[in-house]
Write a protein that binds this ligand. Structure first.
Ligand code: ZN
Length: 285
């Protein structure tokens, strides 16, 4: 299968990008990566070099906790009960990020997760991934500055129809996030349900928005998040054929035949305290 061969090349690239430049959070993974390459008998190397892990091996690896955020703002009287799951009040968000830092978590990015899943590459201690969906402006104005205090990086899954609209990020802000070492991912044009994609939807919802994000960031976009976390197995080959390396859902079971395209995340609910989040991280992954 074509994607097996391209995966090997992609690993080489992601490994290089892992080692090139970055803040303190990556220091120990860099050290380990160097050690691993110079000593191929070390136990961390599960898959032989050049041979990516099988789906069964990927499923068997311990999952890295991944959190999914939407709006970071204080609740308003008009917010519905359901909406509040997706709206984390500012003080609560700050408390949760501080809890993660105080608990020793290190944020990782998708290239590191991909290398870990496909080659067994070592990760920093207590790895976690933070992801933000839907292009909300407060992710740039509130969340990003908070993450920077702790040297944390994140993934921003952009719904391109919203770019530049009131209360959403504009191109310059998205570019800045990418330039600062965060990862920009694709999240469709207008949040159309992936399970219902047909005909031109692949172009409208995947190809064009992804190209737009590549134009904005100047970087290749290789990660995707499903709107509403919804996916179906028959759509996954379409993501592979377009060069995506991993796709992110919510907390459903992964597809055993395609774990890289069904990576799990949990929603950090607006109702949760930092303690609840901490427990959920331990229980869900
Ligand atoms: Zn979304």
């Amino acid at each position: 299968m074509l994607r097996i061969f391209s995966a090997a090349a992609a690993i080489a690239i992601s490994f290089a990008s892992c080692q090139s430049g970055k803040s303190e959070t990556v220091t120990d993974s860099t050290a380990t990566a160097t050690k691993t390459t110079s000593n191929t008998t070390t136990e961390e190397v599960v898959a032989p070099a050049g041979k990516p892990a099988s789906n069964a091996e990927i499923i068997a690896r311990k999952q890295v906790p991944i959190l999914c955020y939407h709006q970071i703002r204080d609740w308003r009287p008009k917010d519905s009960k359901t909406a509040k799951d997706y709206i984390v009040p500012i003080a609560s968000f700050k408390e949760k990020i501080k809890m993660l830092a105080d608990s020793g978590y290190h944020t990782i990015l998708p290239d590191q997760l991909y290398a870990y899943l496909t080659t067994g590459a070592k990760l920093p201690s207590k790895p976690i991934m933070l992801t933000f969906d839907d292009t909300d402006l407060d992710q740039f104005t509130i969340a990003n500055p908070e993450l920077k205090k702790y040297g944390f990086k994140a993934v921003y899954f952009i719904m391109t129809v919203s770019i530049g609209r009131p209360n959403y990020m504009n191109k310059e802000q998205i570019k800045q996030l990418a330039d600062e070492g965060n990862v920009i991912g694709s999240h469709t044009w207008d949040h159309h349900n992936f399970k219902k994609f047909a005909g031109d939807d692949w172009k409208t919802q995947i190809d064009k928005p992804t190209k737009k994000l590549e134009d904005i960031t100047g970087k290749k976009i290789t990660y995707f998040a499903y709107p509403f976390g919804l996916w179906n197995a028959q759509g996954l080959p379409e993501l592979h054929s377009r060069g995506f390396k991993m796709a992110f859902q919510l907390a459903e079971k992964r597809d055993p035949n395609d774990p890289l395209m069904t990576v799990r995340r949990i929603l950090d609910s607006g109702y949760w305290s930092a303690k609840t989040l901490s427990n959920s991280i331990r229980n869900s992954f």
